[in-house]
Design a protein around this ligand. Structure first.
Ligand code: NAD
Ligand code: IPM
Ligand code: MN
Length: 355
């Protein structure tokens, strides 16, 4: 049976970076022996405009029946005033939840050729290779009750709920420990157990799992605010960073800036073994540059690389693609976010040439 890959270009720069992914896919299939059944569907604002919802039941079903799903980005000012439940971003949250992809691997890796593109000094980022394991289907993103209510005096009260169960914490922590064993064997678990009850439970569960199953891995606990500071002060102290949904969202954007540009960082959202993975650049739809051919397609192309590696059983091709991106950067290929002048298409072409 041929593996199925579902592409969800989405909105803004999503379709622009996905075009470059498709060129890479075509090349891998025509010249490198990759066999895949590739489908494309509407997602986010594009789906809302066409279907009245940010993702249809049919697309969710297709995603669950695929081996991997690769998305561009969703959202944008056009849909800013749409009802909360219909917002493009809600389509993404629904997809993550229904696919049950609870562990979001967000590598932040500084390519040697880009050490000077970082906002941080070269010696801080040269060789940087850290990875976030961000919990993706729980926490304040999904906790109830949530809402905005009107109080007796006519003023309003907005509220969200940060909730984690032992099982939710343990399953994502297990992914972080397993990953650390294949890397430098260190996990730093981030929370604010000094302030939050869910943070305290997080620390307790991670500590207990470590003691019972992973005592060979070095475990460190750190408050998330300190971690933000450490990430710009001395990011190389980390290997695997384990976080809840919200801290992981915020801190992975911060880590992206350490590596040079958010246009470089891919991610893999994984569930239990054998289940399909959801692959997404960590950047959004970038409304400020959408439609101008300026978007860096590397994050999307490296998301394909992660899909080949983690869901499609094509580790050899993933290695080749990774080396092609690295070689293109070594040859000086730079989009505007990296201080260069290449268009998205030129960057895709440079990577294809290296491949
Ligand atoms: P953003 O990531 O879209 O953009 C932040 C900044 O980074 C902008 O200046 C943008 O131009 C730049 N940037 C992002 N990707 C780039 C790329 N590939 N190449 C070059 N520059 C790039 O974040 P935002 O502006 O806060 O959000 C815009 C919209 O995207 C919002 O609707 C938000 O909800 C949505 N969003 C979606 C996703 C997703 O679909 N996974 C992720 C983040 C944000
Ligand atoms: C991300 C994005 C999403 C998130 C939004 C668009 C729902 O910021 O993937 O980083 O907050 O998880
Ligand atoms: Mn984000």
């Amino acid at each position: 049976m041929t593996n199925k890959l579902l592409l969800l270009p989405g909105d803004g720069i999503g379709p622009e970076v996905m075009t470059e992914v498709e060129r890479v896919l075509d090349r891998l299939m025509s010249r490198h022996g990759l066999k895949l059944d590739v489908e494309t569907a509407l997602f986010g604002g594009a789906s809302l405009d066409e279907e009245g919802v940010p993702i249809t039941d049919a697309v969710v079903a297709t995603a669950k029946s695929a081996q991997a799903v690769l998305m561009g980005a969703v959202g944008g000012p056009k849909w800013a005033s749409v009802a909360r439940d219909l917002r493009p971003e809600m389509g993404l949250l629904r997809l993550r939840k229904e696919m049950d992809v609870y562990a979001n691997l967000r590598p932040a890796l500084c390519f040697a050729a880009l050490a000077d593109a970082s906002g941080l000094k070269r010696h801080l980022v040269e060789g940087l290779d850290i990875v976030f394991v961000r919990e993706l289907t729980g926490g304040v993103y999904f906790g109830t009750p949530r809402g905005i209510e009107t109080l007796a005096d006519g003023s309003k009260r907005g509220f969200d709920n940060q909730v984690y169960t032992s099982a939710e914490i343990r399953r994502v922590a297990r992914v972080a420990f397993e990953l650390a064993r294949k890397r430098s064997n260190k996990v730093t678990s981030l929370e604010k157990s000094n302030v939050m009850e869910s943070g305290l439970l997080w620390r307790q569960e991670v500590t207990a799992l470590h003691a019972s199953d992973y005592s060979d891995v070095q475990l460190e606990h750190m408050y998330a605010d300190n971690a933000a500071m450490q990430l710009v002060r001395a990011p190389q102290q980390f290997d695997v960073l384990l976080t809840d949904n919200l801290f992981g969202d915020v801190l992975s954007d911060l880590a992206a800036a350490c590596t040079g540009s958010i246009g470089l960082l891919p991610s893999a959202a994984l569930g239990d073994a054998g289940k399909p993975g959801l692959y997404e650049p960590i950047h959004g739809s970038a409304p400020d540059i959408a439609g101008k051919g300026l978007a860096n397609p590397v994050a999307a192309i490296l998301s394909l690389e992660m899909a080949l590696r983690w869901s499609l059983g094509e580790v050899g091709l993933a290695d080749q693609l990774y080396r092609a991106v690295e070689a293109a950067l070594n040859n000086g290929a730079r989009t505007a976010d990296l201080g260069g002048s290449l268009s998205s298409t030129d960057m895709g072409t440079a990577i294809l040439a290296a491949l």
